[in-house]
Write a protein that binds this ligand. Sequence first.
Ligand code: F6P
Length: 553
Amino acid sequence: MAGNQERGPSAGAGVTAGEEWAALHRLAEAARATTLRDLFDADPDRADALTVEHDGVTADFSKQRVTGATLAALVALAERAGLRERIDAMFAGEHINTTEDRAVLHVALRAERGTHLVVDGRDVVAEVHEVLDRMRSFSRAVRDGTHTGHTGRRIRNVINVGIGGSDLGPAMATTALLPYTDRSMRFRFLSNVDGDEAWEVLHDLDPAETLVIVSSKTFTTLETVTNARTVRRWLVDGLGGDERAVAAHFVAVSTNAAEVAAFGIDTERMFGFWDWVGGRFSFDSAIGLSLMIAVGPDHFDDLLAGLRSIDAHLRDAPFERSLPVLMGLIGVWNIDFLGASTHAVLPYSHHLARFPAYLQQLEMESNGKAVTLDGSPVGCATAPVVWGEPGTNGQHAFYQLLHQGTVVVPCDFVAFAHPQHEEGRHHDLLLANCFAQSAALAFGRTAEEVAARGAPAALVPHKVMPGNRPSTTLLLDRLTPYTLGQLVALYEHKVLTQGVIWGVDSFDQWGVELGKELAGAIVPDLEAEGAPALGHDASTDALVARARRLRHA
Ligand code: F6P
C-alpha cells in the first residue's frame, strides 16, 4: 500500500493511479479467465465463506465474480482511498460535502436521544429530537382526529407535495410499509409539474378532509411550488373561498422559513431540517412526516432504529465484514474492472415496488459524477444506471436480456423469509423464483447440457444460457419498519463507499442545474402572447414554435 500518501477528503482523487487499482486489474484478467461454475467447483465452502450477516441481514456475495483475493484487494483499495477516515469525518460532522461546504449528517437523524454531536457550535442531535417530538405530537393529533380540518371534519387524506428526495423516500416507504399504515386514511404523493398528475391526485378527494404537506428543502423548487399553489387553490375554492382554511390544511417541511412564510404557511406549522441533510438522504428527517402520519410514531421509531443499526455497523465493523462497504466495493469491481454499466435492483416483495426508483436517485444523483473533489477528471467509470422492478413481474418482461443479452447486468436480489400476509403457497413460489433466477444467472446452461436435454441441434444456441452473470442476494426475515431502515442505510453507506473510491462529492448535484435554468428561459416563450422572438438553439426554437402552433391551433 502507498501508505504515506495524503488521505482524507481528497484521497479518492488519483486512486486509479495506485498499486491497488493495478492489482485489481490483474485480478480482473484472472476473473475473465474463470467462471462462477469454476469458482464454486473449486471451493465447496464458497457460499458460506462469501456470506456476511449483520443483525438479521444476510448478504450472499458468493455469486459475485470475486474470490477472497479480490475482496482483500478491494479492501486495500478502500483503505488507500481513505474510506475509514472519511466515515469518521462524516460522523464527526466535518464538511465532507466540499463543493457546498456542508456537513453530511443524515446519520444524526437517527442518533439516539441523549447522545450529542456538536457541529458548527450546535448540538444537532438535540435539534433532531426537538423536531421529531413535534412530528410525533402532530402525527398523533392527525391520526386520532384531534387535529381537524377548517370545518371541523376529520383528516382522512394526506397529500405530500414534493419532488426528488422530498418525494421518493416517503413515497417508497409508505408503499413498503402499507400493512403498517392506517388503512382508514389515504396517502398520496404529488411530485411532477405535469398538471395531469395534480388532477389525478386531487379529483376524488374532499378538501375538507385533506391535509397537505408541502415538502421542499429549498422551498423554491418549480414543481413543488407550482403544485403547492394549485393544491391551495383547489382547497380554498373547495372550502368556499375562505383563505383562512390554509392554516388547518397546510403544513410545510423545509429548511427555508422565509420562503415558507412567503408562500402563506405559518412557520408555526413548519417542520424544519438542516442544510447538512441532502435531499436524497432526508426521508427520515421531517421529510418523512407523511410517512409518520401513515405508520404512526412508534413504527417510525422502529425505522430509525433499523437505520441506526447499520450506522453502527458501518462505524464498527472491519471492511471485510461490513455489508455496505462490501456492497459498494463489489459494485466498483463490477463497474470498473468487469465493465458493467448498469445495476438492477430486483426486490422479491410487492411492497418494495418503489425501492428501485428511490435507489435511482440515491445512487445516480450522488455518484453520477465525472470529476473528483479537486475538479480533475475522475479517470474511471462511476455510478451505473440503477433500475429494477419487483420479481416475478420482471422475469416475464426484461429478464430475457439479463440471462442472454449482450450486456452483463449485475443484480441485487432482495428477499424476505416471511411475507406480510401468508397466502397459501405464494411465498414459497416467490422465494423459489428469486433463488432460481440468481442460480440461472450464475451457472447458466451449456450447449452440451442443452443438447443432453433433447433440444434439436438448431435450437441449441438459442437455449444456451451463458451464466457467469453476477448477483448479490440480500435475505431478511420480514419487511418491517426496522428492516426497511436497515435496507435504506445499507444503500446510503454503499453510496458513501463508492463515492470515496471514485473521489467524487457524493452529496452535491450540480448536474441538475443547467436543465432548470434552460427551462426557466423557455417558459416565457411558451406562455407569450403573439409570436415571441426565440433565441435558443435551433432545435429548441423549432420545438417551441411547433408546440406553440399545436397548442394554439
Ligand atoms: O433538482 C434536484 C433536487 O435538488 C434534488 O436533489 C432534491 O431532492 C430535489 O431537487 C427537491 O429539492 P427540494 O427538496 O429543495 O424541493
